[in-house]
Design a protein around this ligand. Sequence first.
Ligand code: SF4
Ligand code: SF4
Length: 408
Amino acid sequence: MDIRQAMTSLDYDRAPFLAIWEVTQACDLACKHCRASAQPLAHPSQLTTAEGLNLIDQIADLQVPLFVFTGGDPLKRPDIFQLIEHAAGKGVHAALTPSATPLLTRDAIFRMKDSGLARLAVSLDGSVPEIHDSIRGIPGTWERTVQAIHWANEAKLPIQVHTVVSRLNITDLDRLSVLLTEKQIVMWSFFFLVPVGRGQLADLLTGQEFEDVFAKMWDLTKRVPFAIKTTEAMHYRRYLIQQRMKEGRPTVGIHDDAGARPTGHHGWASHPGTGSEDKAVGWATKRVNDGRGFVFISHIGKVYPSGFLPIEGGDLHTDTLAHIYQESPIFVKLRDSDQLRGKCGACEFRNICGGSRARAYAVTGDIMAEEPCCIYQPRGYQPAAEEQRQTSPGCVAHDLIQLEAART
Ligand code: SF4
Ligand code: SF4
């Protein structure tokens, strides 16, 4: 089954659309927002080569359309090329997110391509070294990242760029878009900060700032040759549909996601078509969200609904990936839109959006709470007394509101 077929036929109660395996937590960078709180040395209990090969077999059996080797830095694992080869041999469409360190050489990129890797993804958080390197913690990472884009082009390995969008770089996004327009990339994925790991609540954008970035993305979608995707900003789908409605064009399945195509959760799905409209709105019809169409496997074999949502669904040492994804209570709950609370529970867009469950949890401690960074007011929505209490002084959501007030 090719990716296009899989996108239209996948049952998210049975299998995820995208699986991400954190092959190691070892990494030589020290990024300010690191979800994994990565460090130079691998954990002694990280999955072995044999366990990794077995995981890939399970991914193949489940027919997961997209699989990502992430980290830490996957290049810190000496067996990474063997793992890529195994995935390719099993027909698994695999991508990899290296860190921009001296391990990311021209040879390594060509070897990944020769091993059967389908796509590379590098992180670029600023248009100039001063911004990017200060976020990534090590001088020289901007230059190495830009060099890696050129090496990937040379190796004919499709490459996408990830940008963590936060208070640290929001004013630089226009300049970064100019830079990326000059590069040969297949996708630009906007990762909206979730305050977990080293990610700070103070660096999170306000709801209005999310909308401002959405507007930039929408504008870019119309004029750049590469795809534009989001991670942990499910409400971009609502934004896209609103733009389409404003332009008097038909919307696609706002309330009904059956048979529709998924949006690239965690910024991976790329659209096989070429039209700019398809690149944006056509994708905004089937809700891939934390635990729903998406699964994250940690370096030690724990299974989570997202790398940003630290509630464990199970352990590969004692259970299968399929069983954990299909049956564990946290995954089952997250797939049930009827359990959404607050604005998201009342929202007419909840079946194509649902808000970031990871951010809701990080900010409020409740996985089904409303998305804290969405300004949309569902029609006729009145917060219940209990929800109003969530904003009382002392809770994290209140802190966020105070931050918003201080910034405006
Ligand atoms: S490159 Fe990735 S894993 Fe390494 S410190 Fe940065 S965010 Fe963490
Ligand atoms: S209120 Fe929730 S479901 Fe509605 S658009 Fe905002 S984040 Fe999405």
